[in-house]
Design a protein around this ligand. Structure first.
Ligand code: AMP
Ligand code: MG
Length: 493
């Protein structure tokens, strides 16, 4: 097989392309070709995402698409590039980073950027090989689709292709490419890059691009002295705060909240050592490489705020007034608690806010933590209990039953629960039955490594609709097995 991309042939799968990011100019990226991989095969596809970007899902069975989404041929009209960004990693300025293994093909006419992750080295690969392994690609694909199923803003995953091509990590694994899509993959780190290098014209160009395309309401605002860049900072603060509220409410730990992994659109991006909580342990650290616990579950909202400061710093040359920047950041502090409370109220089935809700929520979170209760199972069982008035299965989750009974008394006395059917209905649409627990991902990965993608497909189907009951699949909603706690997920991917 010829392993160089043939520039004369390109695959036409019916996608029309725009190149808004590329139009920013060469200071923002390097144009390059993906590096081919031998003998690719399909691992997984999403018909839903295909339709989203205007692709006929049937294309995802054809060899043209297989070769193109592995990076072995170019898609007609695409213009591959790797973008440059910088960032703070684990609280320390890391200097220049960039798309070290992701290659942007362009954006579809429907407005989605399409990236191949793991498509080979770029000028920003530093010591990396530009590849992604099957294991981490399966995790990224499934979690993107799981988050979307949960209603949480995220990049999406169109497909994974695998290849027998070897990739060296702790051991030798095989390569895979995830094709991921989002309206934009611009990160806080893109802004930090131009600010840190004193490239103010480019910084302004990037900010204007992001505002015009994604935050047009920031122009002509009367708030914040009509300063569009302060308005952008405020809008990003609000979206980021809302995202954090959703992560916390569902028990999602990202694992690597470096500023280069923070989306300017408030999307969940760059799935690495993420985890959905099993037992509710507020200080849980999901990234084996995060020895200090900087990105522990309960620190995420504060870390996001810290990251917002980095973005504010980067935008200062454009905002020009520290007071305005501070005012824009303030919105994070207002929106996060408000959104978090709204999410938690919904989890409890409380349709309208009351003053005592905060106490009730704090009390149950404290009980869950003290008793090490499984987070997802608790909320799902509570949802059913509200519907059928049988709280025993919930009570069974607590070692300290008396403490739970006391809490239940204050909860079940709420007038809102008078309409149990209504409350239960809200709860069952808020508290998922299925989340991508580490051990479930691990089972799908083990099977996939042996060439069996059925577990992957089953999980995909369940996670796309995590609030449905899916009869016959209760095992996927059960407690994690003992071996789950020994799974170590690090930055290695
Ligand atoms: P992450 O924390 O995984 O988002 O990655 C941080 C930086 O390292 C980004 O600039 C990535 O593009 C880069 N990177 C991670 N893994 C690799 C790899 N295998 N090859 C090249 N670059 C990589
Ligand atoms: Mg990253």
């Amino acid at each position: 097989m010829n392993l160089s991309v043939d520039s004369d042939t390109s695959a036409d799968i019916g996608l029309a392309w725009n190149h808004g990011f590329a139009a920013l100019g060469p200071d923002f990226y390097t144009e390059l070709r993906p590096t081919p991989l031998p003998s690719p095969h399909w691992v997984g596809t999403s018909a839903d995402v295909a339709r989203l970007i205007g692709l006929d899902p049937a294309e995802l069975q054809r060899d043209e698409a297989l070769q193109a989404f592995t990076g072995n041929t170019l898609l007609t009209g695409s213009r591959p590039l790797a973008s440059v960004y910088s960032g703070h990693q684990f609280g320390v300025w890391a200097g220049q980073l960039g798309d070290g293994r992701a290659i942007l093909l362009g954006e579809t006419a429907s407005g989605y950027e399409v990236q191949l992750k793991g498509a080979g080295r770029t000028p920003y690969s530093r010591m990396g090989d530009g590849r992604a392994v099957l294991r981490s690609s399966i995790r990224e694909f499934l979690c993107s689709e799981a988050m979307h199923g949960l209603g949480i803003p995220t990049s999406r995953a169109l497909c994974i292709t695998g290849s027998p091509g070897p990739v060296r990590r702790e051991e030798v694994e095989t390569a895979a490419v995830v094709t991921r899509v989002a309206p934009s993959f611009v990160r806080f780190g893109h802004f930090e890059h131009f600010a840190a290098n004193g490239l103010e014209a480019q910084l302004k160009q990037l900010a204007d691009y992001v505002i015009d395309r994604y935050y047009p309401e920031c122009r002509g605002t009367t708030e914040l002295d009509g300063n569009a860049y302060a308005a952008l900072l405020q809008a990003v603060s609000e979206r980021t705060a809302r995202l954090m509220a959703q992560w916390q409410a569902v028990g999602f730990c990202h694992g690597v909240m470096n500023t280069d992994n923070m989306s300017i659109l408030g999307l969940t991006i760059d799935y690495g050592p993420f985890q959905f909580l099993d037992a509710f342990i507020p200080g849980h650290i999901c990234n084996h490489s995060d020895t200090q616990g900087r990105y522990a579950y309960n620190r995420q909202p504060n870390v996001a705020y810290w990251n917002m400061f980095c973005l504010a710093q980067a935008l200062m040359p454009l905002i020009g007034d520290e007071e305005l920047a501070r005012a824009a950041l303030e919105s994070y502090k207002a929106v996060f608690p408000q959104e978090f409370m709204a999410r938690m109220r919904a989890k409890l089935g409380l349709a309208s806010p009351r003053e005592q809700d905060g106490e009730l929520i704090d009390a149950i979170l404290l009980l869950l933590a003290r008793n090490g209760v499984d987070y997802t199972i608790f909320w799902r069982r509570l949802s059913h209990a509200v519907g059928n008035s049988d709280f025993e299965p919930v009570r069974d989750l607590f070692a300290d039953r008396e403490a739970f009974d006391a809490w239940l008394l204050s909860y079940s006395e709420l007038p809102v629960l008078d309409n149990q059917a209504l409350a239960a209905n809200l709860m069952l649409k808020t508290n998922p039955k299925f989340v991508l627990r580490n051990h479930l991902g691990e089972q799908a990965i083990r099977a996939a490594k042996l060439g069996d993608f059925s577990e992957f497909q089953t999980l995909q189907r369940l996670l796309e609709r995590p609030f449905d009951e899916h009869p016959g699949h209760d095992a996927y909603a059960a407690f994690p097995p003992d071996w789950a706690s020994s799974i170590e997920i690090s930055c290695s991917s």
